[in-house]
Design a protein around this ligand. Structure first.
Ligand code: AMP
Ligand code: MG
Length: 413
């Protein structure tokens, strides 16, 4: 019997995203609290930014007709600090002005104070010829009234919060947080803190996946229900999935999704809903599963994603598949991650049938070094590394080759 070819990542991802219809609900949050959330509507501006022409220097506002040549002497008739506004400026006059203050009517340029000399009796000598428009920030040069400044589906970062505030928005309408139920499977798992390292029973290991999966979900704007460790038992697995499906948008599990007798996740999902895809041609991360678990009340089923138990497999499949999925649930337009072309400073002589994600680190020479142990159980590789090389199936790498690099900093943001 020939085994069917594994599904490629490029085939799997669109199938997954096609299921990730955006959650219907949105909510209004304080602009202060909106970092990382996804905009549910376009944001348009009700005003110009800056609101009026204003000075970008501390100095003097003047009429350039008076200052065609260096050495003009003007009478200082007004003083305009930021937060106030001036009055009509006439020929032969200057206004003392400060950064951010509106340009008074009649003035058409600013000269910085370093280019002037204050004279006796409220006069100023301008030591340079002044071109029209100098040091004036124009009304609307940042934002014009009526313009769409932020688009629906944008994942907000600090710069966007500042821009929203600059047009007067104290609240923003964002997509609801996906409700994600997280659980780990594996009878060998022990929680840090429950058993001291020197008292660990034979065969036990600490649950590491739970920590990074929860943190990554939270970074991506999810509301996480952490259901802890579910025993490797058919009934317990069924009960955990059935319960979690009722009040969550997504169930995310780690472990128990391979083909061993102790792997109960796959048959449980099949009996409670459907498994849409299972096993991908990627390394690490082959035993990835995607499907749904029906709800008692009917309606839309709860999405299900099962990650492999090996920590690096779990970590990488989360970033490749869960990350875009939960962003799509929030209506984010940008769900993919940039690959940058970089130079390998290592050899990878054995091609694999599967597309590989090799843990690497940028070096001072602008190239990439490889972590020596690429085993899917070695989480140190993800800590030492600052990203992965996305290496096509069947591809060897020789020192000096151009490879595609994904940065953890961007991927985890
Ligand atoms: P599994 O996918 O359940 O067959 O697990 C594969 C490997 O990953 C086994 O060596 C497990 O002990 C390990 N593993 C599973 N879950 C976790 C976890 N939450 N934290 C650390 N290692 C795990
Ligand atoms: Mg297991």
């Amino acid at each position: 019997m020939t085994r069917p070819a594994l599904l490629s990542l490029d085939d799997a991802l669109p199938q997954l995203l096609a299921q990730a219809y955006a959650l219907a609900t949105s909510q209004s949050v304080s602009t202060f609290e909106a970092d990382g959330r996804v905009l549910a509507h376009d944001v348009t501006s009700a005003l110009q930014v800056p609101p009026q022409d204003n000075s970008s220097m501390d100095g003097y506002a003047l009429r350039t007709a008076d200052c065609a040549h260096a050495g003009a002497v003007l009478r200082v008739t007004q003083r305009i600090p930021a937060g106030t506004h001036g009055t009509q400026l006439n020929g032969g006059e200057a206004a003392r002005i400060f950064t951010g203050a509106p340009i008074p009517p009649g003035a058409d340029a600013v000269v910085m104070q370093e280019d002037c000399e204050a004279l006796e009796g409220d006069h100023v000598k301008v030591n340079k010829a002044v071109p029209a428009g100098q040091w004036i920030r124009r009304s609307g040069e940042d934002v014009t009234r009526g313009a769409t400044v932020l688009n629906k589906g944008t994942r907000l970062t600090p710069a966007e919060l500042g821009l929203a505030a600059s047009i007067g928005l104290a609240q923003l309408q964002v997509s609801a947080r996906p409700r994600v139920a997280l659980f780990s499977t594996g009878d060998e798992l022990v929680m840090p803190g429950d058993v001291a390292p020197d008292a660990m029973p034979a065969g036990a290991i600490y649950n590491s996946n739970r920590f990074f999966l929860r943190a990554m979900l939270q970074r991506l704007g999810c509301e996480v229900t952490d259901l802890g460790i579910v025993p490797d038992k058919r009934e317990a697995t069924l009960a955990a999935l059935r319960d979690a499906a009722q009040y969550h948008d997504l169930i995310l599990t780690s472990g128990g999704v391979s083909v061993g007798e102790e792997d109960h996740i796959k048959p449980a999902v099949e009996s409670l809903g459907a498994l849409n895809l299972w096993q991908l041609a990627i390394k690490p991360g082959k035993p990835f599963a995607f499907g749904k678990v029906n709800r008692e009340a009917g309606g839309n089923a709860c999405h299900f994603m099962g990650l492999p138990g090996n920590p690096v497999s779990s970590f990488v499949t989360f970033l490749l598949l869960v990350r875009p999925f939960v962003l799509a649930l929030q209506g984010a337009t940008q769900t993919d991650i940039a690959r940058t072309e970089m130079t390998a400073h290592f050899d990878w002589p054995r091609a694999d049938k599967r597309r590989e994600f090799l843990r690497v680190k940028r070096n001072a020479q602008g190239g990439l070094d490889l972590f020596p142990n690429q085993s899917s159980g070695v989480l140190t590789s993800a800590v030492w590394g600052d990203g992965v090389v996305d290496n096509p199936a069947g591809q060897t790498i020789a020192k000096g080759d151009t490879v595609r690099f994904i940065s953890f900093a961007e991927w985890l943001a």
